[in-house]
Design a protein around this ligand. Sequence first.
Ligand code: PLP
Length: 400
Amino acid sequence: MLPQLSQTVYGKPLVYLDNAATSLRPKTVTQKWVEMSEIKNANIHRAVHAMASMATDEYEGTRQAVADFIGAQSAENVIFTSGTTAAINLLAYSFGELCIREGDEVLIAESEHHSDIVPWQLLCERKKARIKVLPVLDDGRLDIEALPSLITPGKTKIACVAQISNVLGLVNPIDEIVRICHDRGCPVLVDGAQGIVHNTVNVNELACDFYAFSGHKLYAAPGTGVFYVSPDWIHKLPPYMGGGEMIQTVSWERTSFAEPPHRFEAGTQNFAGVPTLKPAMEFAAMMRDRETELEHNAVIRFVNDMLVADRRITLYGRGVPGKDKTGIFSFSVQGAHHEDLALLLDKMGIAVRSGQMCAEPLMGRFGITGMVRASFAPYNTMQEAEYFIESLRKAISMLQ
Ligand SMILES: Cc1ncc(COP(=O)(O)O)c(C=O)c1O
């Protein structure tokens, strides 16, 4: 089912625990990718020939499937991008042009990925606006009690928070955050890059204004992404990039724009990649069936308990596995550098991530320069979890 796992690394079966960086891709996804390249290889929305119609149907059919998958009001609210980063840049530019003026504020959680920090910094520099930070508590949870006082009515124009931090693996209380922000007239962007993988998401119920995720973390092709824009905003946001297919008419005097979502999809789109989201979402649904969920919860409970019990290890992001703690485990070990640990684990066939995880401010919050991150997907087995813990213990003993 997952072809990538048929390989060995240094003579050992590959144990892939870097799922938060990118997931493995099932055969149904790679087959769809090949089908789009070998059979339905035509540019979408343009030509009238048969192959172009097939490609367009695949692309637009996927838009509806995504809308259904995330509970969006309609396919109109689903914009395809190249990933979460592209979606947030789109929003920071477009929303920024519409709403941000000198002296305004953008509120960002301290645990955000650089993708949800830097686009806002660029905007704030351009507009002479200011970033405010929603702090992270010692256990990794967001300081929700501080949230109301951080929102300046009329000035804090948007709040940006991940559903699940890519470092801490904790599920943030998005409902509560949205309620507090909306009560104070502040719209909310949810970075769902990790959230969409570990949660069933209904953007309508979450009531967020914007939701972004990357296809490649949800088993689909790289270079695909989804940006959900709520009905309140989809017709208000101005276009971000100009080019082919996002227009209605173009003349030297004036250009008018296509209706959303096409208004936000300038130029040739990833027509081979986007249709892979369909089998990817089917796979994701399979990974959420009751039995797989129970097995996955047992795996992450085991890993969590083992990491917490080992006094040499500091685990960041403390929660209840299967409840508000997902399978993303970031930790440091005193006297053992994160890169060395990751290299030793690699030699044992285990792929983990090490470093700042694109969240440098969060590293600063915990006073460290980097961590090791083992991120488990629902397809990781208990046997792999046990081998990881055993190997980690061995690696730590070698370095300390
Ligand atoms: C929480 C979060 N936000 C944003 C991103 C950026 O995603 P991409 O590089 O696919 O655009 C990531 C990727 O690791 C992430 O984990």
